[in-house]
Ligand binder design. Structure first.
Ligand SMILES: O=C(CO)[C@H](O)[C@H](O)COP(=O)(O)O
Length: 258
């Protein structure tokens, strides 16, 4: 059983509520527990933990032991983004550490070779990805499926249709580093999913800020990850309120996602 349920779409809204998930990649790791508490006190819904293995992406961050330490200091929903090859290796460790969401990359789960995802058919589910989804669920976490900027969004549809996925993460920068520029055309992928799946949690990650959020909100994203824009602000609470307001306004505008 997952520890916390995902919030549901309210009547009159065209998507589930806004969820703001500050990326701790931009925090002071030496003061991680305090930084996370500060974010939650200022209005963060989730805490986004970027796990990088130096292989799937050219950067190294942290693993399950850090999540386990953090869990001792917070009850907040811990939203883990695994930018790793072989994501199946770490499912049990992250579940034991207290992670709530385990988001892995379709490209990493599709097969042993980094290019295997090119062979996925858009209209059928691939067994390795299905097995990953079942494994994460069985371990008691929510299932997130992430896409690199170049990966077509249609590839995730079969897994959503089969009820295997709780959230899709659309990367709006090349994964690996905080502080990059937002790719607006990648945010538009959210509209493809939102038109078909009004209740799906759709996360966007990379370059989100008050200056870019409207594009992601118009496309139908509701889970917003932001690192540098929140941690680098003099008033992080105000930034989180702006991000939330943009998503809520778009969700009740009656306009089709675009
Ligand atoms: O996944 C990530 C990088 O791979 C980060 O979560 C993301 O880039 C957030 O940082 P910023 O908001 O500064 O772009």
């Amino acid at each position: 059983m997952t520890r916390v349920s995902l919030p549901k779409r309210a009547e009159g809204h065209d998507r589930p509520p806004a969820i703001i998930s500050p990326s701790i990649l931009s925090s002071d790791f030496a003061r991680l527990a305090d930084e996370c508490k500060r974010m939650v006190d200022l209005g963060a819904d989730w805490l986004h933990v970027d796990v990088m293995d130096g292989h799937f992406v050219p950067n190294l961050t942290l693993g399950a032991p850090v999540v386990a330490s953090l869990r001792k200091h917070t009850d907040a929903f811990i939203d883990c983004h695994l930018m790793v090859t072989n994501p199946e290796l770490w499912v049990k460790d992250f579940a034991k550490a207290g992670a709530d969401m385990y988001t892995f990359h379709l490209e990493a789960a599709a097969g042993p070779s980094p290019d295997d995802w090119h062979n996925l058919a858009p209209d059928s589910a691939h067994q390795a990805v299905v097995d990953m989804c079942h494994g994460v669920k069985a371990a008691g976490m929510h299932v997130g499926l992430a896409l690199r900027p170049a990966t077509p969004v249609e590839l995730v549809v079969p897994y959503i249709e089969q009820g295997l996925v709780d959230m899709v993460l659309i990367m709006t920068v090349e994964p690996g580093f905080g502080g990059q520029s937002f790719m607006a055309d990648k945010a538009a992928k959210a509209a493809v999913l939102r038109r078909r799946f009004p209740d799906l949690a759709i996360q966007v990650d990379g370059g989100l800020a008050p200056s870019t959020i409207d594009r992601a909100a118009a496309a139908g994203a509701n889970v917003i990850v932001a690192g540098s824009a929140i941690f680098g602000a003099t008033d992080p609470g105000a930034v989180m309120r702006q991000l939330r307001e943009s998503v809520t306004t778009a969700a009740t505008s009656g306009k089709a996602p675009h």
